[in-house]
Design a protein around this ligand. Structure first.
Ligand SMILES: Cc1ncc(COP(=O)(O)O)c(C=O)c1O
Length: 431
């Protein structure tokens, strides 16, 4: 090449949640049955999208050809008006023009960081959903700056540490929260959210809250949207259909802009997001067209409630089994559908002695984990677990930019016995 063509932040892009799949597929070819616990797709894990939702989608697809066309860049007016009216019912002011649709939140997250000034950094949680941490790091050309979620305090952040970091580092322009959290299942109490708002006010920061799991908080009363507390602070709230409906294949998510005009810089930044979206024309039309009919249906709330109860039950089941092991630690999640299992370092010796199901798998394992640094011992653990049992999980350190070693599994399994067998396989693997 004539000059360097690689983006200076390219080395920061990682998505281990899918990365481990290549290895698992290799093992599958040797005859090993894989239990896919790595990916947060309820549909792939066998959850049925209710018939009435499928009927709404089918009717729209049959009814007219309008959902086959492009939609306005910001999104269909009917979908934006529905969301704005819903926020208004909860006492939050959000005009439809301050909503921008994306092709899933993956698209939104990429644009939000890519169009930030490279010198403006966003401080995010550790552990974090990797699209945030790696795209933010790529945008800033260096590692993602984080505040630690402490498992000893129910994975809650130390807000004083957030404040200290902001005070010491003038490049921090924004704070990110993922609420409910992935991979931790943490739900931020109102008092913690208010402290983030106070810090943002004091240092003139903007806030981002990824609330894609907002309606999957096991006790509905636990969840408060940051949009309702923003109190004049420029704020982006991210929501979507992937996890809720569930419909990840719709590639439909949106960002709500709060207090857009409270700061001209923030307003100009939002305009750049809209322009960036315009160069792409628009987001997927069909899911927006059916959004009001699905989210506004009286059966939707019952559907969500059934799923919330299922995840709460799965979490209890998992905690009962895994927390009985002295080298595993699980904090009760309060929302979303994941379990972050913390590992004691000594567990690695135990894990390494387990071997693989057959010599071919052993060979593949040795080749793959060669070169993985020892401090990522949870990655060694996950690959070894996969080779010995077929259970595919994601290491916290490399998968979620986590300083706490462990792994993430899901609470999505539809079959009681399969879930129980998976938990017992993990427990026994740990010795
Ligand atoms: C916290 C969080 N945000 C965003 C996404 C991406 O969602 P989408 O399917 O809308 O791209 C995920 C997916 O797992 C997630 O866990």
């Amino acid at each position: 090449m004539r000059g360097t063509i690689v983006h200076p932040g390219a080395g920061e892009l990682h998505y281990e949640i899918r990365g481990i799949v290549d290895f698992a597929r290799e093992l599958e070819k040797t005859g090993l049955t894989i239990t896919w616990e790595n990916i947060g797709d309820p549909v792939a894990k066998g959850e049925q999208v209710p018939q009435w939702i499928r009927d709404v989608v089918a009717e729209e697809a049959k009814k007219s050809s309008s959902s086959y066309g492009y939609s306005p860049t910001n999104g269909l007016a009917s979908a934006r008006e529905f969301i704005a009216a819903d926020r208004s019912k909860q006492g939050t002011y959000l005009p439809p023009k301050d909503i921008l649709f994306f092709n899933g939140l993956g698209d939104a997250i990429n644009k939000v960081y890519t169009w930030l000034n490279p010198r403006a950094r966003v401080l995010g949680p550790d552990p974090a959903y990797p699209t945030h941490s790696s795209v933010e790091a790529a945008h800033g050309h260096s590692g993602h700056l984080t505040y630690r979620l402490d498992p000893k305090r129910d994975w809650q952040p130390d807000v004083d540490d957030v404040r200290r970091q902001v005070a010491e580092n003038p490049s921090i322009a924004g704070l990110l929260l993922v609420n409910p959290g992935n991979p931790t299942g943490t739900v931020y109490p109102k008092a913690v959210l208010e402290k983030f708002v106070d810090i943002a006010k004091e240092f003139k920061l903007f806030l981002i809250a990824d609330e894609i799991y907002a309606n999957l908080t096991y006790d509905k009363a636990d969840f408060v949207s940051l949009g309702a507390l923003a109190d004049g602070v420029p704020t982006l709230i991210m929501r979507g259909l992937s996890k809720e409906v569930p419909w990840p294949g719709s590639r439909c998510g949106w960002v709500e802009f709060y207090n857009r005009t409270s700061d001209p810089e923030f307003d100009a930044y939002i305009r750049s997001l809209e322009e960036a979206k315009m160069t792409e024309v628009c987001s997927t039309t069909l899911p927006q067209a059916v959004l009001p009919a699905i989210l506004g249906d009286r059966r939707y709330e019952q559907h969500l409630e059934r799923r919330r109860q299922k995840y709460a039950r799965r979490a209890t089941q998992a905690i009962e089994i895994l927390n009985a092991h002295p080298m595993l630690q699980v904090v009760q999640p309060k929302g979303a559908f994941y379990l972050a299992v913390i590992l004691d370092r000594q567990i690695l010796d135990q894990a390494m002695s387990k071997g693989a199901v057959n010599p071919e798998v052993r060979l593949l394992l040795n080749k793959t984990i060669l070169g993985v640094p020892n401090h990522n011992f949870d990655k060694h653990f996950c690959y070894q677990l996969l080779a010995a049992t077929g259970v595919c999980t994601v290491p916290l350190t490399t998968g979620f930019n986590s300083s706490t070693p462990g792994f993430r599994m899901t609470l999505l399994e539809s079959d009681d016995k399969t879930f129980n067998d998976t938990l017992h396989a993990i427990y026994q693997f740990c010795g």
